[in-house]
Ligand binder design. Structure first.
Ligand SMILES: Nc1nc2c(ncn2[C@@H]2O[C@H](COP(=O)(O)OP(=O)(O)OP(=O)(O)O)[C@@H](O)[C@H]2O)c(=O)[nH]1
Length: 310
């Protein structure tokens, strides 16, 4: 192992992406490092679709975290597009953090991902990250670190971390800083994401709509923000208000029913959860108008995919 290099007081900057099987804690880790909710987390696998960046601003460095979707077996056009996106990301970043949860044995899925990373980005620095260490005993963490070090080989550092408890987050952050090059900040301080607000709004809605529903739905739900309007006809004593109109596209009528729920109860709940987050994002009151439409087989239709931003 090379060990972290001393940073010698020079400002450093670079791009980092975390990879790993679905549900290994990549989004949660990104959020924890950035310190504010930017990437999308959910207890359903494969919900991170867009390359959403969170930015860690430190006195000595800026780390730009790129959150990629998981690699898929490319069965549909959407799967192919997602894989292309991942490939582009791998070749652009300075460090790829391979995330392995402390509470699951390393399996063929993990080995496949490491192989893909090595093939697609042979020159990119790879860092091993054992996530969710709050879930297991220190002994287990130690075993997982050894297993991951063996999988990645002698050139890669390995580090244990818990995004939930915050344990070792500073160590991970220091290590990442030591692995990027000296250079100026890419983004002005205070900027947490360069994703357009509408993409984040759509992701908030999508995340809320997927919470607690069936496993196959993640691939069959896309959210399009149709319109964002500043409400001007309010009285002076009323706070600023923004109207957001969004459409949730599903593939089948049955899925529409799941999203809407009994007498619209579920959709109302989805709206409330998403609205709260959008209000936080925009810093104003929001009226959120949600419609659910069926777009048959949208995952296979290039025109519809383009319309939804893929
Ligand atoms: N106990 C514990 N749970 C965690 C930790 N990090 C993530 N989780 C949980 O693990 C689940 C998956 O986390 P995500 O961050 O969404 O995982 P991901 O790898 O981004 O998942 P995909 O977007 O599906 O690729 C969520 O239920 C998190 O709350 C951690 O440090 N400790």
């Amino acid at each position: 192992m090379t060990g972290p290099q001393p940073t010698s007081g020079e400002f450093r900057s670079g791009f980092i992406c975390f990879v790993g099987r679905p549900n290994t804690g990549k989004s949660t880790l990104t959020n924890a490092l950035v310190g504010e909710k930017i990437a999308i987390t959910s207890n359903r696998p494969q919900t991170t679709r867009h390359t959403i960046r969170g930015i860690v601003n430190r006195d000595d460095a800026q780390l730009v975290l790129v959150d990629t979707p998981g690699l898929h077996r490319p069965r549909t056009l959407l799967g192919q597009r997602l894989n292309d996106l991942v490939r582009d990301t791998y070749s652009e970043v300075d460090v790829i953090g391979v995330c392995i949860p402390a509470d699951e044995p390393i399996g063929p899925g993990d080995r496949w991902i490491v192989k893909q990373v090595r093939e697609m980005a042979p020159r990119t620095t790879v860092l091993g990250v054992v996530t969710k260490i709050d879930r297991v005993t220190p002994d287990k963490v130690g075993e997982q670190l050894i297993a991951l070090a063996e999988l990645l080989g002698p050139d890669s550092e390995v580090v244990p971390v818990s995004a939930k408890s915050g344990k070792q987050l500073d160590v991970l952050s220091d290590l990442l800083v030591s692995l990027v090059e000296p250079g100026p900040a890419f983004y002005p301080d205070g900027e947490l994401t360069d994703e357009p607000e509408q993409v984040l709004m759509a992701e908030f809605i999508r995340e809320a709509a997927l919470e607690g529903v069936r496993d196959e739905l993640p691939h069959s739900l896309a959210v399009v923000i149709e319109e964002v309007i500043d409400r001007e006809d309010r009285r002076d004593d009323q706070p600023p208000m923004v109207d957001v109109h969004a459409i949730l596209y599903v593939e089948r009528d049955s899925q529409k029913g799941i999203i809407i729920g009994k007498k619209g109860a579920r959709l109302k709940e989805v709206g409330t959860v998403a609205r709260t987050q959008i209000e936080k994002l925009l810093g104003t009151k929001v009226y959120l108008d949600l419609h659910v439409k069926v777009a048959k087989d949208w995952q296979r239709d290039p025109k519809q995919l383009r319309r939804m931003g893929f």
